[in-house]
Design a protein around this ligand. Sequence first.
Ligand code: DX5
Ligand code: ZN
Length: 225
Amino acid sequence: MNNILSPSILAADFTVLGEQIKAVCEGGADYLHFDVMDGIFVPSISFGMPVMTSIRKCTDLFFDTHLMIEKPDRYIERFAQCGADGITFHIEADPDNAGSIIKHIKETMSLKGKPIRAGISIKPGTPISAVLPFAADADMILVMTVEPGFGGQKLIPETVDKVRALRAFVTAEGLDTDIEVDGGITEGNISDIVKAGANVVVAGSAVFKGNAKENTARLMDLIRL
Ligand code: DX5
Ligand code: ZN
């Protein structure tokens, strides 16, 4: 299984977004990470459906959609129609309905005619025990390595232990669930986080600060097995 880099456009220069996306494609990225924030689940407000619709027209990249919103179930179809390939929601946003939200996501078709891949995420303060019951049904578990809400933060070291424990669980159960990390990933720590067990790595600032094509290529080299 090849490790995947998912550049987060939250850190991109929106005045030249098309060029920035071209750069990460040329750098070899297969995913693009969309941080959708509603100002309620997290303090900030980012962007949503129109931005995704617009970008879908210029690339076939896998759209990795990270919903940091209340009641995420409301928006599954709409993001699918805008071009999402994967949709990840936070268990903290609707803890009682996590199982049915995963099912709903997987039953929804992408514009490419494939079932949407379902991800479930935990904030740094939520233990992995909260998502273990869903590890077999979800396609991906996202372990936040910073508090969700803003790019450019420092990785919280304790979250790496959660990744390690989750990888041990997934391996012991014989599952092929992806483990994604998001927040504070740098050239300096990306190899360690992959060694700890993450196979999908989100990076915002580390990709878009400076030359996005070169940064993408370098980060991808560092996570190649
Ligand atoms: C934080 C977002 C992250 C963020 C990562 O709420 O989920 O995806 O953009 O940015 P960096 O890599 O700059 O920490
Ligand atoms: Zn994110």
